[in-house]
Design a protein around this ligand. Sequence first.
Ligand code: C5P
Length: 259
Amino acid sequence: MSDDGYRLIRPTKPPRQQASYISYILAMTQKIPVITIDGPSGVGKGTVMLRLAHFLGWHTLDSGAIYRVLALAALKHQIALDDVAGLVKLAAELDVVFQAAPDLSGVQVILEKTDVTSTLRTEATGEAASQVAVIPEVRAALLQRQRDFQQAPGLVADGRDMGTVVFPEAALKIFLTASAEERAKRRYKQLKEKGIDANLTNLVKEISTRDQRDRERATAPLKPAADATQIDTTELSIDAVMAQLMTLVATHLDAVATD
Ligand code: C5P
């Protein structure tokens, strides 16, 4: 055992590829690493999280989906979005399963045995999620459920307070930003590609309202952790963002692995 209680077993034949080598060492030392990706809605956190997790072979946590599922469950059970006691009880009993889609195209969300994957991503659900997310007791009730995702060999978690509240000890913290107009444009493009009708002006308004609520709430507001690396993605392609992240991952995780 080392001083900090981690079991130090050095592999004799590490896998060659750097990412899996680092994951391997971290798993062997039983330190389950977390990378947090926080930022406002529509900034591309989800895409970055999936690419990074795929590259590292790690688990993912889409924490926004948990708030979205709670909001959907509240609407289903006719619990008002400001009914603190009702929402806390619902959060404690929430019957939700995140599972790989049968065609492996992404994650399917099953609420009380019903597939809610497509309803989950609508702006209306995002807006309802942001209302329940303001309530400190609701956030507390969902905290452990999020921490349970920290499993070997590692976790990439995206949200608003991953680096500040849920995983303050994360090995690497990223905070993505982009202008509201740029984020609305990306959302507009995504919706159009899915054949869903959308209005760009309304999207800018919806995104700005949700951002403001997320930034100004008293508990776990949207803000970068003091030790987060901020990346403004307004002018960057997803590949350019990934290139910056890969450099950060290599330096930060290497440091954790050889602690
Ligand atoms: O990320 P996504 O748009 O799915 O999140 C929906 C809403 O859930 C956000 O607008 C925010 O209010 C809330 N949320 C949060 N904390 C997180 C993730 C999401 O408050 N970690």
